[in-house]
Design a protein around this ligand. Structure first.
Ligand code: GLU
Ligand code: MG
Length: 438
């Protein structure tokens, strides 16, 4: 006889989901009292080393399950996947400074308080099958043949996601060898971040049942295309009206959208320490990889850090307004969706507060511009390494001020500890390590 277990867990700084399972029969009372958790665990890196923490072996916090963030779904191998995402509180019930879902709550609330608007968000995820024995034949990028080769996997994953309450928008064979993409439709911001976490876990689970391991690592080879995560967002008022677009303004960017994008771009070097936080991430963020290499806005340009996406509504302005959305491309799956989204909102709000004008979109290949021409446009190359990005974050006091308590210093110590693990390792060894971690 077996006792069904449900995992109470949290998406953490390392981009992992950690927690502990409790008997399903006893689960109900956890909504009140929560499950105990060790605060120092926040410093467990993606390689399972422990970075320096203010707590050491002391202290206790509690994970309180969120009824809106539960997954209970049968897997193809016969097991049932059961987990619930939590918020973490101190013993007295106060929010814990390192709870990433609570940090996202605060970003969503600040956006609402200061603009009256909510975000709808859609995540795109790219991933790669790890085993080279399924190396596709040339000609399979984006192809029906490539899709057919993974059809049963794709249809199973789509079914598991549907049954878990997050039906996908699309599944496609991406450009890189053995690379695929799965996209979820837009949701309110917290739900979108929760679903991004669920999607990664359910993709791993299905892949394990197929004995076809996958990785979301930002890179799987030094010079190949990366696995990106792209975050699409749009603004909505409380009556459900779209507010991202203003047809009368350049490129259709409403004033709030322009200022929000300007805030993101102004803080982007620091922001990448939170949204692209592995030692591989900044190799992905280099030119000609269709990721993001500069702090630029582009109109339908996949080399831009922030992209104005196309609409497919002809002259129907009402439909265009509802479709109109902006894409943030400087992130990957080593980042926790909640932290990426919160950081992006905090940076965008800085732009809104300052009333920054909409950035002028760039065109063409920015690597062809001399440094002074780039500087004249306010453009910078994004940090070349995570270490540089962390230094930029440490210096960006305005962005860090949006985060609670000791979170900034804890985060910086976490990530610097992760980098120390990689000291002396070659690029291929680093890629191998991250392919296993993500
Ligand atoms: N693989 C690219 C990245 O690293 C994105 C390609 C695309 O535009 O879908 O972000
Ligand atoms: Mg893609």
């Amino acid at each position: 006889m077996t006792e069904p277990l449900i995992a109470t867990c949290i998406p953490d700084i390392a981009g992992q989901v950690r927690g502990k399972a409790v008997p399903l029969s006893a689960f109900g009372e956890l909504f009140e009292i929560g499950a105990g958790w060790t605060p120092a665990n926040v410093q467990i890196t993606c390689f399972d080393t422990a970075s320096e923490s203010p707590w050491g072996p002391t202290g206790d916090v509690r994970m309180i399950p969120d009824r809106n963030a539960m997954v209970e779904v049968p897997l193809p191998g016969g097991a049932t996947e059961r987990f619930v995402l939590c918020r973490v509180v101190e013993g007295d019930g106060a929010p814990w400074e390192c709870c990433l879902r609570t940090i996202l709550d605060s970003a969503i609330a600040a956006l609402k308080a200061e603009t009256g608007l909510s975000l709808r968000v859609a995540f795109e995820h790219e991933f790669t099958f790890r085993n080279a024995d399924h190396e596709p034949e040339p000609g399979t990028a984006y192809s029906l043949r490539g899709l057919r080769g993974r059809r049963i996997f794709g249809e199973t994953l789509a079914g598991v996601l549907r049954d878990a309450g997050l039906p996908p928008d699309s599944f496609l064979r991406e450009f890189g060898p053995r690379q695929f993409e799965i996209t979820l439709p837009p949701q309110e911001a917290m739900r979108a971040a929760d679903e991004a976490v669920m999607l990664r876990q359910l993709t791993y689970a299905v892949a394990e049942d197929f004995e076809a391991p996958v990785t979301f690592s930002p890179l799987v080879s030094e010079h190949g295309v990366g696995n990106g995560v792209h975050i699409h967002f749009s603004f909505w008022d409380e009556n459900g009206h779209p507010k991202t677009r203003d047809a009368a303004r350049p490129h259709g960017l409403a004033a709030v959208t322009g200022s929000f994008i300007a805030g993101i771009l102004a803080h982007l070097p620091a922001l990448t320490a939170l949204t692209a936080p592995s030692a591989l991430s900044h190799i992905r963020l280099t030119p000609h990889r269709w990721s993001a290499a500069f702090n630029n806005l582009g109109v339908q340009d996949r080399e831009a850090a922030v992209r104005v996406c196309p609409t497919f509504a002809g002259d129907d302005e009402a439909r265009r307004s509802r479709q109109f959305n902006i894409e943030y491309r400087a992130t990957d799956a080593s980042a926790t969706p909640h932290l990426s989204l919160a950081a992006m909102i905090f940076a965008g709000l800085e732009g809104v507060r300052a009333g920054l004008p909409a950035p002028e979109p760039t065109t063409g290949d920015l690597t062809l511009l001399a440094p002074d021409a780039l500087a004249a446009k306010g453009l910078v190359r994004l940090p070349a390494t995570l270490a540089d990005a962390l230094d930029a974050l440490e210096a960006d006091t305005a962005l860090l001020a949006a985060f609670p308590g000791r979170f900034p210093s804890i985060y910086l110590a976490h990530k610097r500890g992760e980098l120390a693990v990689l000291d002396g390792k070659t690029i291929d060894e680093r890629i191998a390590a991250y392919c296993l971690a993500y």
